[in-house]
Design a binder for this molecule. Structure first.
Ligand code: ZN
Ligand code: FE
Length: 256
């Protein structure tokens, strides 16, 4: 099995698109279709032909380029079963626990509803890589638009159960804004302070703060740290359930 080649593509104002390429099978997928132009340009630069689209959820900045890319390349579109009616051009529907092959690589689908009801993540276990769309961000998580906070919390728990070394590719560069909020929720976390300083340096140079890792989020992301005494105190819910603490942190971010 050859190594998966991953290329990150800035799209729109703050989205990231991803091309993944399996050299052995000569297959290339785009994770979501935020913007056709930059995706096509990157395919051309690499000399790759698009064979697949893997959609995480139905929002326009994730599936808006589906039909144009399908028309131009004849690629297959794989996407979430639970919102298949909203995914343009979908051919193969997948859901939580399903596995399929991308070239020589096995992909496991993880259902992560909350942001949307059918949102899925794509996990390449052997590569230690997860594409999480708008479910989890660096120091943040997606807004709960369609599901409930409890559902979103369960989804984040599933992602946090992946190994610490897992590289997490999220779909937006929201990290600096997330960091400002995180600093108000857990100001006494030294690892968070260190991370924020690094984020500010990267952004000052115009560099991405994505990907992240499960381990780094576990240590610093206020949305997945309900067991932190400081966070419990900040939100006034000491001893409450993890889901309740998550819900309050999410609520505060929505009003931040
Ligand atoms: Zn979205
Ligand atoms: Fe998005």
């Amino acid at each position: 099995m050859s190594k998966l080649v991953i290329h990150q593509i800035p799209c729109l104002s703050d989205n990231y698109g991803y091309l993944i390429h399996d050299p052995e099978a000569d297959t290339t997928a785009t994770i979501d279709t935020p913007e056709v132009g930059p995706i096509e340009a990157s395919l051309k630069t690499h000399g790759w032909e698009l064979t697949h689209i893997l959609n995480t959820h139905h929002h326009y900045d994730h599936a808006g380029g589906n039909l144009e890319l399908q028309e131009k390349t004849g690629c297959a579109i794989i996407g979430p079963r639970d919102e298949a009616d909203k995914i343009p051009g979908i051919e193969k529907e997948v859901g939580d626990g399903d596995t399929f092959l991308f070239g020589t690589h096995e992909v496991r689908v993880i259902g992560v509803p909350g942001h949307t009801l059918g949102h899925i993540a794509y996990y390449f276990e052997e590569e230690g890589v997860a594409f999480v769309g708008d479910a989890l961000f660096a120091l943040g998580c997606g807004r709960v638009f369609e599901g409930t906070p409890d559902q979103m919390w369960s989804s984040l728990e599933k992602l946090m159960a992946l190994p610490d070394e897992t590289t997490v590719y999220c779909a937006h560069e929201y990290t600096q804004a997330n960091a400002k909020f995180a600093a108000t929720i857990e100001p006494g976390n030294p690892e968070l302070a260190t991370r924020i300083a690094e984020i500010d340096k990267l952004r000052a140079r115009g560099e991405p703060t994505v990907p992240t890792t499960i381990g780094l989020e576990r240590k610093t992301n206020p949305f997945v740290r309900p067991s932190s005494d400081e966070i419990q105190k900040t939100v006034g819910l000491s001893g409450a359930s993890a889901a309740a603490i998550f819900t309050e942190v999410r609520h505060r971010k929505d009003n931040f």
